[in-house]
Design a protein around this ligand. Structure first.
Ligand code: ATP
Length: 328
């Protein structure tokens, strides 16, 4: 390790995710360990443009590992999408003597980082923080495990009322482009059907499967629906469709929404955040740039940022088969 980098900065950008605070803590403490100064940037790229900076020491991040959200706040910045905005951002970094940037966020935030690096040759390392788990180059993004467990716990609770009243519940979980939360929380909570963006189950097949479930003696059913499922109907339209076609069912809808983003991160997310933060800082100190740190086969690895943005994190479709077998 060359240890020539004397000052770096860290920010959280895009949608917040549980574990972001744990990642900030790790970046700050790893910097302190290597005697590199660390500056926190509030509100992502918008704060970078506005010069909304704060020095962070090892003690500034006491007692945040267990907290949801992000102490540095997050934002989406239209101004950073412009050349003029990025020029101001660069001048702010230069003025403060900052030599590298850790961006904790999703693929949009990484795209901003790559564009910035191409224009100003400024070192950028990404840490994947999004509950959707839709980033190539890591088996888990920060916040995914926590969101998954939050969704599963909520479905368990809905199951209690579904079985007490012999009802069919449609439960919508987050995931516009990826069904990781729906599929895994659905299998974990024993859902009768799971609708995800990666596969079009077909409405007829869903009706058949619900009829089969009723015939097999089940008095309640849960269908987990990802926001972006392929049926072409939203969760309320799906519920109406089933109610019209399966009169024996009393149907209800529950949309879990933003509660899936909040809460204290799981142990898995805290450990992941700690590991990724260490690697991110070590890469910057080593003079590396345009990389995303992630987890593969339980090893922390670096992936080219552009590959991470363009690649697809494929879902394990065999889990749908497992789910089918479990509903026998
Ligand atoms: P999430 O997965 O939660 O949506 P994200 O990081 O993908 O997180 P975005 O809103 O897509 O969130 O991106 C965050 C910010 O990154 C944007 O508000 C913008 O400031 C910056 N950004 C995204 N794309 C670009 C781009 N092409 N050029 C410059 N900046 C960009």
């Amino acid at each position: 390790m060359t240890e020539t980098v004397k000052k770096i900065a860290v920010m959280t950008s895009g949608g917040d995710a549980p574990g972001m605070n744990a990642a900030i803590r790790s970046v700050v403490r790893t910097s302190a360990y290597y005697r590199t100064e660390c500056i926190g940037i509030y509100r992502g790229y918008q704060g970078l443009i506005e010069g909304d900076f704060t020095p962070l020491t090892a003690r500034s991040v006491n007692n945040i590992i267990q907290k949801g959200g992000t102490m540095l706040k997050s934002a989406r910045s239209k101004e950073f999408m412009t050349k003029e905005g990025r020029q101001i951002a660069y001048e702010n970094l230069k003025e403060k003597g900052i030599e590298g940037l850790v961006v904790i966020g999703g693929d949009g935030s990484f795209t901003g980082g790559v564009v910035f690096n191409q224009e100003y040759d400024f070192p950028v390392i990404g840490i994947p923080g999004t509950i959707d788990n839709d980033i190539y180059g890591t088996s888990h993004t920060l916040g995914y495990d926590t969101a998954l467990n939050t969704a599963m716990d909520a479905i368990d609770k809905i199951r209690d009322t579904a079985s007490s009243h012999s009802r069919l519940f449609f439960v919508e979980v987050m995931g516009r482009d990826a069904g990781f939360i729906a599929l895994n929380a659905g299998v974990g909570a024993g859902a009768e059907e799971i609708l995800i963006p990666e596969e079009d189950l077909g409405l007829e097949r869903m009706l058949e499967s619900l009829k089969k479930s009723k015939r097999s003696g089940k008095s309640s059913s849960i269908v987990v629906v990802a926001e972006g499922d392929k049926s072409g109907k939203n969760v309320y339209e799906l519920a109406n469709y089933v109610e019209e076609n399966l009169e024996e069912y009393e149907v209800r809808v529950s949309v879990l929404g933003h509660m899936q983003r909040g809460g204290s991160p799981t142990c898995f997310d805290r450990v992941l955040a700690s590991r990724l933060g260490v690697k991110a800082v070590e890469l910057l100190i080593d003079g590396k740039t345009n990389l995303m740190v992630g987890l593969q086969n339980n090893e922390v690895v670096a992936t080219d940022l552009e590959k991470a943005i363009k690649g697809i994190n494929n879902i394990d479709m065999d889990l749908l088969r497992v789910s089918d077998i479990m509903t026998t």
